[in-house]
Design a protein around this ligand. Structure first.
Ligand code: GLP
Length: 256
């Protein structure tokens, strides 16, 4: 794991944007795994400003609510079009999101896994992290070998996500999410976290034991993970000075 600590969320998002921009430039047909939530927003804004060529890029999103109409303002489908896809020259046929209204959800989940394989696998997966350490919607105690499937959200995650919904509106508690096994097959994982509310989840994921209680901790077993975080999200890391020192002293050829 490479832990990249920047003073602000914008600076951390800029590092992540440079990484993705390099991938898109070096591999114009790359396959990106994308995330939603407030965390990737500064990343997407920066990528839009870079005017990269997305015409051959393929994307797979991590997760989606079950049962919300596709055009509901809170679906991850709507989120992705509003915050990224409408602003870049991506080909709509290369965009993949879990279908929370599929007639047969288990069959859809298996097909989603197949589509990822057929596309050649995910080159780089963007991840946020929940306050309980979840990645995608893989809540604590998710199997570390899980594949794309239905999950039931914890009360905490429903509470965390309620801020995006209108008052009195119910937050769906069933979702489709790529599994942890699916995420672990991405060639690179890029985990972003901003703000003090993520500090415990990040400290446990990076410095704690590998455990399904903090699903992000499984990334310790992945060969290529970059963790781009701001100073508040890094505040509970015991080795934060070491991580800063490593990043500040990178040889020039390794700089992002
Ligand atoms: C949701 C998403 C996750 C995201 C998490 C954190 O649960 N399914 O992919 O990482 O929220 O959200 P935020 O970035 O808004 O803190």
């Amino acid at each position: 794991m490479e832990i990249i600590i920047q003073e602000t969320r914008q600076a951390a998002a800029d590092v992540a944007a440079r990484l993705i921009a390099k991938l898109i430039t070096d591999k114009p047909g790359a396959v990106l795994g994308l995330a939603t939530g407030s965390t990737p927003l500064p990343l997407y804004q920066r990528l839009i400003g870079m005017e990269l060529d997305w015409s051959k890029i393929t994307t797979f999103n991590l997760d989606e609510y079950i049962g919300l109409p596709r055009d509901h303002p809170q679906t991850y489908h709507t989120f992705m079009w509003e915050n990224l896809f409408n602003h870049v020259n991506i080909d709509a046929k290369n965009i993949h999101l879990p279908d929370g209204n599929a007639a047969d959800i288990p069959a859809f989940c298996m097909e989603y896994e197949e589509r990822i394989k057929t596309a050649g696998g995910i080159d780089l997966q963007v991840l946020g992290i929940g306050t309980d350490g979840h990645i995608g919607f893989n809540e604590p105690t998710s199997s570390l070998a899980s594949r794309t499937r239905i999950k039931t959200l914890t009360e905490q995650t429903c509470k965390d996500n309620a801020r995006f919904f209108g008052s009195g509106e119910e937050v769906p508690n069933h979702v489709i999410t790529m599994g942890i096994g699916t995420i672990m097959e991405a060639r690179t994982n890029l985990l972003l976290a901003f703000g003090e509310s993520k500090a415990t989840a990040i400290a446990e994921a990076v410095e704690g034991p590998v455990t399904s209680i903090n699903p992000a901790s499984v990334l310790q077993m992945h060969p290529t993970v970059k963790v781009c975080i701001d100073a508040p999200a890094a505040s509970k890391l015991q080795r934060k000075d070491y991580f800063r020192w490593v990043y500040d002293n990178k040889p020039d050829w390794q700089r992002i």
